[in-house]
Design a protein around this ligand. Structure first.
Ligand SMILES: Nc1ncnc2c1ncn2[C@@H]1O[C@H](COP(=O)(O)OP(=O)(O)OP(=O)(O)O)[C@@H](O)[C@H]1O
Length: 360
């Protein structure tokens, strides 16, 4: 089922939780709603489910305007962070609940039992149908919750931080498992997370929200390699930045020209953003700007260097090969393999000011 969200608004008092969101969700895709706490992810998910009534805009399920439809009529499957299994019911009865009490045609107990056992097989919990939720681990309970959501053959599957309460190791396992289930079942799935790694690894596309605004929608590669706004650049992956002044497409830093080539944003104050892996050290005077190493620490297979730049000690971070012979206090030129230039955020942030290019 394809979803179209048009100019969706939700205000809590004077506070705009959703600021006119437009988003097309393709049939069969797994899309992540990603953003920091309070960005509007859950509000958007609940509006899709029909649990929240918007103050403006529309939500289409296919060609059908579902904006005024009840939760029951939208026929969505929902899994929350805090598993909402019925504690007094066995796993089998939990999964069967929607089939027994839902809107669909009545089914015989034999059919229901067969379907529950198939779903238990799908979520890899064969043999646990007779247990109560208290006799399951947190990860197993979330699998039961997913089986229950799938049991009603939902038009759309909505997942709100379903692994949020579980430890990191279990989360990683469940992430792979969920992707596999998605590939087998093909439900249109909307997944809320504030964990960028989870969003990038799991989804076909990522929708990044910030303060109720949809900042960018794209594949994980597009979001990481071509962030559309300074917020997306800073939120996804590591980066540091330098304040610049842009005049006729040329950037200056602390009054001196910055040899990064032509930049696109309009004249005025802006920032050049760089990812640590895109900074390389060259001889002083040969790079975009000179800097002095003020910190070095090991980071996985790399060494992470803190480099002070300019008179006001702005900080640039670089990932260096550990065998590179550098020490605190060394002076270098910094070359940027890639960077992005943005005009300073003028409210609200607008798409399309980015320019990512090879450094000159
Ligand atoms: N019922 C409510 N009444 C008032 N304000 C609310 C209500 N629900 C949410 N908000 C506010 O709306 C904003 C968006 O909330 P939402 O829960 O959608 O954010 P989120 O991105 O899902 O955050 P989190 O990751 O913390 O769950 C927040 O600032 C929140 O405080």
């Amino acid at each position: 089922m394809e979803l179209k969200i048009r100019n969706l608004r939700k205000d809590y008092g004077n506070f705009p939780a959703l600021n006119g969101v437009n988003l097309d969700i393709r049939s069969g895709e797994l899309i992540a709603l990603l953003g920091p706490s309070g960005s509007g992810k859950t509000t958007l998910l609940r509006a899709i489910a029909g649990l929240e009534s918007p103050d403006g805009g529309q939500i289409f399920f296919g060609d059908n305007d579902a904006s005024r439809q009840s939760v029951q009529h939208r026929h969505v499957g929902f899994v929350f962070q805090h598993y909402a299994l019925f504690r007094h019911m066995k796993v089998l009865d939990n999964i069967a609940f929607g089939m027994r009490h839902g809107q669909g045609p009545k089914q015989s107990e034999a059919v229901i039992r067969k379907r529950v056992l198939e779903l238990l097989d799908l979520v890899q919990l064969n043999g646990l149908e007779g247990r109560y939720p208290a006799q399951l681990s947190g990860g197993q309970r979330q699998r039961v919750a997913l089986a229950r959501a799938l049991a009603i053959e939902p038009k759309v599957l909505l997942l709100d931080e379903p692994f949020g309460a579980l430890d990191a190791q279990v989360r990683k396992g469940l992430r792979r498992w969920l992707r596999q289930i998605h590939e087998e079942t093909g439900h249109t799935t909307v997944f809320v997370t504030h964990d960028q790694e989870e969003a990038m690894e799991l989804s076909d596309r990522v929708a990044v929200l910030h303060k109720g605004d949809l900042q960018q929608v794209g594949t994980p590669d597009e979001i990481y390699d071509s962030p559309a706004t300074p917020f997306v650049y800073a939120f996804i992956g590591d980066s540091t930045s330098l304040p610049v002044t842009i005049t006729n497409g040329a950037a200056t830093f602390e009054g001196a020209p910055l040899s990064v080539g032509r930049v696109d944003p309009p004249d005025g104050p802006g920032r050049i953003h760089i990812r640590p892996q895109d900074v390389t050290l060259v001889a002083a005077g040969q790079g975009v700007v000179d800097g002095r190493i003020i910190g070095l620490r090991r980071s996985g297979p790399y060494r992470r260097a803190d480099i002070a730049v300019g008179q006001h000690a702005h900080r640039i971070e670089a990932l260096l090969p550990p065998e590179l012979d550098v020490s605190i206090g060394d002076q270098f030129g910094l070359a940027f393999k890639r960077y992005a230039a943005f005009a300073d955020d003028r409210e609200p942030p607008k798409l399309g000011l980015a320019r990512e290019k090879q450094a000159a």
